[in-house]
Design a protein around this ligand. Sequence first.
Ligand SMILES: Nc1ncnc2c1ncn2[C@@H]1O[C@H](COP(=O)(O)OP(=O)(O)OP(=O)(O)O)[C@@H](O)[C@H]1O
Length: 460
Amino acid sequence: MGKPLGKVLIIDDNEDVLLAAKMLLKKHADLVQVEQNPGKIPFLLNNDKYDVILLDMNFTKDTATGKEGYHWLEQILEIDPNAVVIMITAYGDVETAVKSLKAGATDFVLKPWQNEKLIATLTAAVKLRKSYDQVQTLKEENTNLATALSKGSDTAQIIGESDAMKSVFNLVHKVAQTDANVLILGENGTGKEVIARAIHNASLRKEKVFIGVDMGSITESLFESELFGHKKGAFTDAKEDRAGRFEVANSGTLFLDEIGNLSMALQSKLLTVLQKREVTRVGANKATPIDIRLICATNMPLYEMVEKNEFRQDLVYRINTVEIHLPPLRERASDIPSLALYFLQIFSKKYRKETKRISSAALKKLEKYHWPGNVRELQHAIERAIIMSEGDTLEPVDFMFLIEKNDDQEVDFSEYDLETVEKMMIQKAISKHAGNISKAAKSLGLTRASLYRRLEKHGL
Ligand SMILES: Nc1ncnc2c1ncn2[C@@H]1O[C@H](COP(=O)(O)OP(=O)(O)OP(=O)(O)O)[C@@H](O)[C@H]1O
């Protein structure tokens, strides 16, 4: 749209009116489409989009009821609910005007019109149309987002057969029915976010949004604006009003990840908002009430931090109404086979290697490993093995990068026989090259095939 009025459609049975309007408006509009026959309205609207429509109230000679105008107004709004329609009437009285506004018209003008007033009315109407369109786009984005989010959660399964995970699921089920604040504690990659989403998806808020915030990645200076929002002009980069995560999450669930990383100053700010249950955007003087289910998570020892005065005790009390401890993967090795098979399924589909299986020796090896990166590390290990392996079955050799790192330790080779030294050298090379067999072979002066033979020989 170049000119301020964009595309204008005028429907009036009086040819003189159409001509006068066209002459007046063509300077201000990209297109002025005029039509005497209202019966053409559906055709016109189905073939083009108008920024504003001027519609006569009466078409049949000597009628002044405005009924025809209402009829066509309804038709227009049915085809384009966001249409802004300005009624034209020569017999204007307040009653007709009010009725047309009630029926969905945006405004009305009396014939004969004053040129400047008509242009001002149309300009205001076009602005309104733009904001309707923006709202419509936002609504559509919102629906798409909600669909995408719920799809993600439908397809993502939570795997766990160990007793430890069964009691976690039990707790999730119980707490989901309430609005209680939840604190999830566990090492990196144990599935804290997965559990937070599961609580949301099983709760009464499941149709609303789930907003996650990584507190570890928000800088001190942006904390308030990110979480509580800002008014336009509150600081140099605040080009327009913006809602913070608390407002966006309103009526849904807010997940604050890595809460243990917050400085003391930011902890106080957060506590104030949680106590008052309202946020004030930076630069604003009015607070907005918020209704959220709060879930926090951390891998830090929050209670030890309280003892050391590194974390506010009152904030812990505010967020830990229910606590969920996610055990590290090494303490629930019985979950490893089902997790491995689950990831095998996902990634073989993703990389179109659907015939892949995993050997029992490989599974045993996975069960023995101590998984410092927990489920996330297992997930990456399977993904990588699927990409790299050439056969149909994942073997222990496909998980070489799981060898524990002892690179830095000095080893006295004189204490070992040749076989053992060879094994150690191979382990070291593979670990150094993060499981990349080609690179490890090269650094050992071997071909890939002969490195594989040696791996087999040493049962690696
Ligand atoms: N029980 C589970 N079943 C299936 N997938 C899981 C399970 N637990 C974790 N995952 C997967 O492992 C990865 C890590 O999980 P998630 O991000 O929830 O861990 P986290 O504890 O929040 O990690 P961090 O502390 O690093 O934020 C994700 O891809 C997740 O889908």
